[in-house]
Design a binder for this molecule. Structure first.
Ligand code: NCD
Ligand code: ZN
Length: 350
């Protein structure tokens, strides 16, 4: 349900879902979970905790910690994701596949991003697990970057597509695959080529920014994420894909909080925090692309359809009213600088 005119001042859509989010744990949950709940009906919860969420039981325990963090009046359905290991058991795959509380299994090439050292290096090493996932209908969510340190950081996504993913799609024709946080025109082309069987999430920050914003005029550590922001031609391709209305592209913020000190230092962590304003930021992009009428499809319908779940019944309304987010949030003894800290945002949740 979308209302819009040439210069929309208000837009109502089914409550969106964020199919890729990092909540972390402990003292961060109050902040991260409630920011998400104010905007989203369901979230795909990434498992790269220390230690990672590997088993079905660990996923359920983490889920109850998340639910316990919900403030009065907030609701959210966290959909859990297990961290793919060589030791991932077929029992865990079967349990997760049968459980509406689970979304899939995440493949992080070992060492490719924050807290991923316990990952697998190559999908060829886990073929028996992929077979079980295909058989039981459990989706594989992929951080698609080559982990090889000699591959240029800007080329790691394109290289991953060439090296790792095509053979898996051929060998497991029934496996459902999501390319997470795509960042290049090559990935857009790739997903389009396999649109009937793979999906892709796109973050707000990859739609809003390119590497010039991050590096062109003073280094901006809070824009540093994996996959790293690319040049403007890639950003344009992502903006076209997200606003195309095509079913294979859907919302996943990859909101990933790190303490201010871990971002503003000599070897900063990768990850942008966007949960405080996620759907508002997507609305800005869709408006700039003259595609507000496609926002509901991208944010509330496509992902649900991909995962075979019903769209949310509830709605949210966004109004064209500017506001300025905090310069930083405090969660326990951690300070988090969100994206667009202290800068005007044009859409607001009513
Ligand atoms: C994520 C994190 O901090 O957990 N970082 C990031 O830059 N996106 C991990 C990830 O999704 O790569
Ligand atoms: Zn992520």
């Amino acid at each position: 349900m979308t209302t819009q005119n040439a210069q929309a001042t208000s837009i109502t859509l089914r409550k969106p879902d964020d199919f890729h989010i990092h909540f972390r744990d402990g003292q961060l949950l109050d902040l991260t979970v409630n920011h998400a709940a104010e905007r989203f009906g369901r979230v795909g919860v990434m498992p790269n905790l220390i230690p990672p969420v590997i088993t079905y039981a660990e996923g359920l325990e983490y889920r109850s910690r998340i639910l316990n963090a919900l403030r009065d009046g907030n609701t959210l359905d966290p959909l859990m994701i297990m961290f793919l290991q060589k030791t991932t058991s077929v029992e865990c795959i079967k349990s997760a596949a049968q459980s509406p509380e689970f979304l899939g299994i995440k493949y992080y090439p070992s060492g490719v991003t924050t807290n991923s050292s316990s990952g697998v290096s190559n999908l060829k090493d886990v073929y028996t697990i992929l077979e079980a996932m295909e058989k039981n209908g459990l989706p594989l969510l992929i951080h698609g970057e080559s982990p090889a340190k000699n591959v240029d950081v800007f080329d790691r996504e394109a290289r991953f597509l060439e090296d790792q993913i095509e053979p898996v799609l051929k060998d497991f024709p029934g496996l459902k695959v999501v390319m997470e946080h795509i960042s290049t025109s090559q990935a857009v082309d790739f997903v389009n080529a396999y649109e009937d069987r793979i999906g892709a999430t796109i973050t707000a920050h990859h739609l809003m920014y390119n590497r010039n914003d991050m590096l062109g005029d003073g280094i901006k550590p809070h824009m540093y994420c994996k996959p790293i922001l690319k040049r403007a031609t890639h950003q344009d391709a992502l903006r076209k894909a997200a606003t195309s209305g095509k079913a294979c592209f859907f919302l996943g913020t990859d909101s990933a909080p790190h303490g201010k000190g871990q971002k503003e230092c000599s070897s900063g962590c990768a990850g942008c925090y966007t949960s405080h304003a996620a759907i508002e930021l997507y609305a800005e992009v869709f408006e700039q692309e003259n595609a507000l009428d496609k926002l509901e499809q991208f944010a509330s319908l496509n992902g649900a359809a991909f995962y075979g779940i019903k769209p949310n019944e509830e709605t949210i309304t966004l109004v064209k009213e500017s506001w300025t987010p905090e310069a930083q949030f405090t969660a326990g003894d951690v300070n988090i600088v969100p994206l667009r800290a202290g800068e005007e945002i044009l859409w607001k949740i009513k």
